[in-house]
Design a protein around this ligand. Structure first.
Ligand code: TIU
Length: 226
């Protein structure tokens, strides 16, 4: 086990059984004209974490450890999009409507793509999910179990929506979860802060958090080996 300095206390990372999970670093959430912008959000905030997520991906690639990328998106016929999701609120464009990056939150459209700087490499897992959480209707738990993975390091957007939902779902399925604080972002700074605080509270009720530098420092020796 490798000790990673974390909050609220040391995270014991298993070098044989750890995957990186990068949640929804898609054009639809991070670039103007996508689903995030249609909901009225300032999407520019999210772009700030791209260099840190890229460093995290580089680290896992150098180590040769597994990487999972998720994308939130629906089938073109929207058969996997519940009306309660599509009809929520009063946005100028809804899921499935055509925007500047194609149909919002629909598989295969330009907005569905992961940012080119963070694009998946061959051999990395890419999971399309119709919900906020990464386990609903994806089969991902079975895939991770089959590979013997028990520890998940999380990054991506948005902290309190898809990242937190996925992390809570993973915690309930028995994974030890570590969220990288500067590799996740929200449209709402207060929600990011609250999410980190609630993960850390009560002795790490759903996991641990730490800055990228702490993880990097802890894995420096492993990297030398890899
Ligand atoms: N709206 C918002 O904050 N997030 C989402 O809808 N999806 C994800 O977090 N990926």
């Amino acid at each position: 086990m490798i000790d990673v300095q974390a909050n609220p206390y040391t995270y014991n990372l298993d070098p044989e059984a750890t995957a990186l999970v990068v949640i929804d670093m898609q054009r639809d959430f991070i670039e103007p004209g996508g689903f995030g912008a249609a909901l009225g959000n300032d999407v520019a905030r999210l772009a700030a974490i791209v260099p840190t997520v890229a460093r995290l991906l580089d680290l896992f690639r150098r180590l040769g450890w597994p990487i999972v990328h998720t994308r939130e998106a629906h089938l073109p016929d929207l058969s996997d999009c519940p009306p309660s999701k599509r009809l929520r609120g009063d946005p100028p464009l809804r899921i499935g409507d055509v925007g500047p990056m194609g149909r919002l939150l629909v598989r295969g459209e330009p907005g569905h793509q992961i940012l080119p700087e963070l694009a998946p490499k061959p051999g990395e897992l890419v999971v399309d999910k119709p919900g906020k959480g990464m386990f609903w209707a994806t089969g991902l738990h079975e895939t991770l179990e089959a590979r013997g993975l028990t520890h998940l390091v999380f990054a991506g957007v948005t902290t309190e929506v898809c990242v937190q939902t996925s992390m809570r779902e993973a915690n309930d399925r028995g994974y030890a979860c570590l969220l990288i604080e500067d590799a996740t972002e929200s449209y709402f700074p207060a929600f990011k802060a609250a999410t980190l605080a609630m993960i850390q509270a009560q002795g790490g009720i759903v996991g641990w958090t730490t800055p990228f530098a702490s993880l990097h420092a802890a894995l420096a020796k492993e990297e030398g080996r890899g």
